[in-house]
Design a protein around this ligand. Structure first.
Ligand code: NAI
Ligand code: MG
Length: 357
């Protein structure tokens, strides 16, 4: 038996991407380096310049063998993708979506909290009241590639887009969501629309009931998406884990991020729970062209995403250290970036957080 302490080393792929991605990812990296030093974690980074800028000069968001270059990493930390001049569907389908699908990152996890020191636009959502997670199906559903256009430019022009729900794809995301609710000691709400969408959503509901039977310890209910959206605004405190299809989860999680007070804080994880492939962590916000280059972006979304990455890599104490520092910098200091009503730069705000780490 040897007592030698082995340091875990993780290989991280950094894709800052476009706009403020290049400002928030360096901030997240400073936080990662600091927390890694304290917890004896080895993190090595490789940075990739895949972006709209690359598209403009080389005609592709990433190289043909992009996924192969990423495959050997333990995780991917991404800033934001998309910039004026390149259509959003080109940037999205040229980089983010191939990674999510190619690496079977079928769970999109978006935690939402109202922090002390960040007023919610909702009168009744105080700090500690709102603490929920949206689990969004991330690789199928309404965002499919099946469909087409007919009669372009003619009066009878039409577009057809198929939504694809598979037993395997729905079951696995439901199982993830039920298990998460169980770990949190909470309950699960399923977002549906089986009154209006007559094939896929009743199928979704049947599978929810099936998986609920396999997780008898988790209380659950379901709501139609329109009513659910209203309840997110009227009473967000009642929710814990909310599971939704790709489209419903996309919209609900942005709504929930707004309820928490700022899109600049919200994090996301694209998970391959089986760990056959690297998972990807990214703030919910985009490249914010209106403020890019000025050094005033809020880095918390990227920093919280980096904390989710640490958790996924098996370091929950290091992750909690980061989220605690986020809560403390907001509750105990007046330092804020302009989106939260302050005057601090990205760097000054990160400095304040590093001091509390
Ligand atoms: P956005 O999230 O980039 O910006 C919306 C508003 O929020 C802007 O006023 C922006 O200044 C502000 N904002 C966002 N993040 C902030 C931060 N960290 N600190 C301070 N303020 C922040 O969304 P928008 O304008 O709709 O999209 C801009 C580009 O980003 C588009 O090309 C879009 O396709 C792309 N995008 C990419 C995403 C991704 O990479 N996952 C997600 C959303 C948008
Ligand atoms: Mg979205």
């Amino acid at each position: 038996m040897t007592n030698r302490r082995t340091t875990t080393t993780h290989r991280i792929a950094l894709i800052p991407g476009d706009g403020i991605g290049n400002e928030v990812i360096p901030a997240a990296r400073r936080v990662l380096d600091s927390v890694a030093a304290r917890h004896g974690l080895g993190l090595t980074y490789e940075t990739y310049d895949w972006s709209c800028e690359r598209y403009a000069s080389l005609g592709a968001m990433m190289p043909d063998d992009g996924l192969d270059q990423l495959r050997g990493h333990d995780a991917i930390l991404l800033g934001a993708v998309g910039y004026p001049g390149v259509p959003d569907h080109v940037s999205l389908w040229g980089l983010l979506i191939p990674i999510r699908r190619g690496f079977q990152q079928y769970v999109n996890l978006r935690p939402i909290r109202v922090f002390e020191g960040v007023p919610s636009p909702l009168r009744d959502a105080g700090p500690g009241d709102v603490d929920l997670v949206v689990v969004r199906e991330n690789v199928e559903g309404e965002y499919g590639e099946i469909g087409g256009r007919l009669g372009r430019g003619l009066p009878e022009e039409m577009a057809v887009q198929e939504a694809v729900f598979t037993r395997k794809g729905v079951t696995r995301v439901l199982d993830y969501a039920f298990s998460l609710a169980e770990r949190r000691g909470g309950h699960l709400t399923s977002a549906t629309k089986s009154n209006g969408i007559i094939h896929t959503m009743p199928f979704w509901d049947e599978l929810v009931a099936e998986r609920a039977a396999a997780h008898p310890e988790v209380p659950w209910d379901q709501e139609h998406i329109d009513a659910l959206a209203a309840k997110f605004v009227l009473d967000p405190r009642r929710f814990d884990v909310v599971v939704a299809s790709n489209l419903f989860g996309d919209i609900l999680s942005d709504l929930a991020a707004a309820v928490a007070g700022s899109i600049g804080i919200a994090p996301a994880a694209n998970l391959n729970p089986e760990r056959d492939f690297p998972s990807m962590f990214e703030p919910v916000h985009g490249s914010a062209p209106d403020i890019a280059g000025r050094g005033i972006a809020n880095p918390l979304g990227a920093i919280w995403s980096a904390a989710m990455m640490l958790d996924h890599l098996g370091h929950p104490e290091a992750a909690t250290r980061v989220t605690d520092a986020i809560a403390t910098v907001l509750a105990k200091t007046p330092v804020r970036t302009p989106d939260l009503g302050g005057t601090a730069t990205t760097e000054e705000f990160t400095d304040a957080l590093l001091e509390l780490l």
